[in-house]
Design a protein around this ligand. Structure first.
Ligand code: CA
Length: 405
């Protein structure tokens, strides 16, 4: 891929020509449609694709990425190569430039219609810390944890785009004198990476690890908002329910897997060896070296490293379909909270403040254990690109509103 664009890209912009993430935008009173981020602009893809008679151009006039996602990997790659040419070859400037809209002038929305949503639990540091906090008298990791990627089904209908306000949920909270109903007192974030399925699979036919890139289009950043006091009371034995299902935020930009070719890393050693259907594919390593950061009201409080995740996204996809469950276009599955071994690498406030026992200080001098009304959390991420460049993921941000009623 050519490395520089005729579109001005400011230093430090997440969206150089190596990124080219897709989203859904609307401008003025017009219908929403597909855009691609470049520098501080959004390229309005539909008119350019129509003018250039690109195969499948109609998918870019849709108000969701799903029709594009369903086209499959050869089409994803062809469009990406075409975009690279449009944005790096000066001769296309006259055609393209009228369709570059300042990002500040458009509204972004949920980029794809979420089919099913699954959340995994793939960071060993996170799982061990949560075990110590929630189950201090039990062994650290659940019995199955090293044998398979543990996950649960989340609520697809409450996945919202970055920028959506989050109303503090109410529920039955774990409390000293027994459960009590009311607004959560322990509202938390979970910093995760989400994987977006483009190509469906056939019911009854598992998707092997090596077919990952044929089905998964790209990645989003995810904030799996969590009400810890509701979760702590309800989760035994069937797992998270209302403590998580009130909202899950995703970035408005979906970064194609092809933008992460330079971010591939070998995942940590697994002990015991996973079952055959979960063994890493030969060739390209399955881990991703993504640097994440958690910003709480303007203070960066943690930098979780994604490279250390025990289970890869390809293994999670193989596990998700191992019983023959089929994939649909728009399925979303998230990695689980990303935490590293150091305190400032913990991807949720439950861990970062050790369930409130060790508050963190913010730049304005205040301290926090869990989220207060009015707080804003923004998660950012980036990956190595070619020639020392960084490839940015779209940020995911949300502000907490008071409980309703
Ligand atoms: Ca989670």
């Amino acid at each position: 891929m050519t490395t520089s664009s005729w579109v001005p890209v400011p230093d430090g912009s997440p969206f150089g020509v190596h990124a080219l993430p897709y989203g859904i935008f609307s401008a003025a009173e017009e219908d929403p449609r597909v855009g691609v981020a470049i520098g501080e602009y959004v390229l309005d893809l539909a008119p350019v694709a129509a003018e250039e008679s690109l195969d499948g151009a109609h998918v870019f006039a849709e108000g969701t990425l799903n029709p594009f996602l369903a086209l499959g990997r050869p089409a994803w790659r062809a469009v990406r190569a075409w975009l690279n040419e449009l944005l790096t070859v000066e001769a296309y400037r006259d055609i393209v430039e009228p369709h570059l809209l300042p990002a500040a002038d458009v509204r972004l929305q949920l980029p794809f219609q979420v089919a099913d949503y699954v959340d995994f639990y793939a960071s060993e540091h996170h799982a061990a810390n949560v075990g110590r906090i929630f189950r201090p008298d039990s062994p650290g990791l659940p019995t199955a944890w090293r044998h398979l990627p543990i996950g649960y089904h989340g609520r697809a209908g409450t996945v919202v785009a970055s920028g959506t306000d989050i109303v503090r949920p109410c529920g039955l909270r774990a409390d000293q004198g027994g459960p009590s109903y009311g607004p959560t007192r322990r509202l938390d974030v979970e910093v995760e990476v989400g994987f977006v399925v483009g190509v469906p699979s056939v019911l009854g036919q598992p998707v092997p690890v090596e077919r990952f890139a044929d089905h998964v289009f790209g990645v989003v950043l995810v904030n799996d908002w969590s009400a810890r006091d509701i979760q702590a009371f309800e989760y035994v034995p069937l797992g998270p329910f209302l403590g998580k299902s009130f909202a899950t935020s995703v970035s408005a930009w979906v970064l194609p897997l092809d933008a992460l070719a330079h971010a591939r890393v070998t995942p940590p050693p697994r002990d015991p060896q996973p079952a055959a259907y979960l063994q890493d594919a030969a060739g390209e390593p399955g881990g991703l070296d993504l640097a994440l950061e958690v910003d709480w009201n303007g203070s960066v409080v943690a930098r979780p490293p994604f490279a250390g995740m025990y289970w890869t996204a390809a293994q999670q996809l193989a596990h998700l379909t191992a019983n023959g469950a089929s994939l649909r276009t728009g399925d979303l599955y998230a990695s689980g909270t990303v935490s590293g071994p150091e305190r400032d690498q913990r991807g949720c406030f439950l861990e970062l403040t050790w369930n409130g026992a060790e508050p963190v200080s913010l730049a304005d001098g205040s301290t926090r254990d869990f989220l207060r009304d009015g707080d804003t959390v923004t998660i950012r991420g980036s990956a190595p690109g070619p020639d020392g460049a960084r490839v940015g993921l779209g940020e995911v941000s949300g502000t907490v509103l008071p409980a309703s009623g």
